[in-house]
Design a binder for this molecule. Structure first.
Ligand code: B1M
Length: 218
């Protein structure tokens, strides 16, 4: 099987043996971020489709997620090497997956892209209640807050979080970036913009997150 197809299939099959060797070979042909975007994410998309249609059981999804994480971890140092970003200080963002949600692959990609492009990222991890997010944003004097969530339920939690920020009177202090597969641009830009007494933005992917941060900090 050709190299890039094999890499994609490794994500689908959750097959780790020989992963690093294939990634090293792939990096001689493409920049690491292109490998993530073109090949690995495509594998995760297939995993989502198989799981959604009942053709793949949860433990296998977890194995695929672990291979995806291992692949991103192997590529990350090479992404840094290509970038001048870490030497800049463009701003600080607190990033978290919202309460009740364990999905963190997308959030961690956002962390990598922002960190390599001049932002300091305080990554709180998964299942984070709004109180923890706000306390950290306060303590760290953050410039923005980023929330990720992949479950439909998480889109409701995000709305509740924004309402909580309103009721605490802190909405104007932090622009909020929202991302994750269950969100839509329409929901954020119409419904949530109406709810939140501050700036709230939708990011389709990690690069849109970066462009939004650049706009917010300009
Ligand atoms: Co879950 N899961 N999962 N899962 N899982 C989904 C999300 C699902 C759509 C699968 C499906 O049914 N087809 C479905 C949600 C359905 C729904 O809510 N309607 C689902 C479900 C149901 C569940 C469980 C409930 C299953 C169960 O227990 N019965 C359970 C939930 C547990 C919980 O959270 N409480 C569960 C568990 C898991 C695993 C643990 C096995 C694993 C996660 C491992 C991990 O993350 N450490 C997992 C996985 C891997 C998936 C799928 C297959 C892949 C997700 C992924 O990593 N994608 C997923 C299917 C899918 O999304 N199509 C699915 C790759 C990643 C890079 O994409 O995170 O979307 P994503 O990030 C993108 C953008 O969204 C954006 O940038 C990234 C690309 O650049 N982005 C941001 C994300 N966050 C951002 C933040 C930003 C900006 C951009 O700024 C702040």
């Amino acid at each position: 099987m050709p190299l890039f197809e094999r890499l994609e299939q490794r994500i689908v099959d959750g097959e780790r043996n020989g992963l690093e060797e294939d990634l090293d070979a792939a990096m001689t042909e493409k920049p690491p971020l292109d490998i993530v975007n073109d090949t690995l994410l495509s594998g995760m998309k297939t995993v989502g489709e198989l799981f959604g249609s009942g053709q793949m059981q949860l433990p296998f999804v977890l194995q695929s997620a672990e291979v995806m994480k291992a692949a991103v971890a192997h590529l990350e140092p090479h992404i840094e090497e290509q970038s001048e970003g870490r030497r800049q200080h463009k701003g600080r963002i607190v990033l978290a997956t919202v309460k009740g949600d364990v999905h963190d692959i997308g959030k961690n990609l956002v962390d990598i892209i922002l960190s390599n492009n001049g932002y300091e990222v305080v990554n709180l991890g998964i299942k984070q209640p709004i109180t923890a997010i706000l306390e950290t944003a306060e303590e760290q004097r953050a410039d923005a807050i980023g929330m990720s969530g992949l479950l439909v339920k998480s889109t409701v939690i995000m709305k509740e979080n924004l309402e909580e920020m309103n009721s605490r009177g802190v909405a104007g202090r932090w622009p909020v970036l929202l991302g994750g597969a269950a969100l839509t641009r329409g929901y954020v830009e119409n419904d949530l913009t109406e709810v939140y007494h501050g700036d709230v933005h939708y990011a389709r992917d990690a690069f849109e997150g970066l462009h939004l941060m650049d706009d917010v900090m300009a």
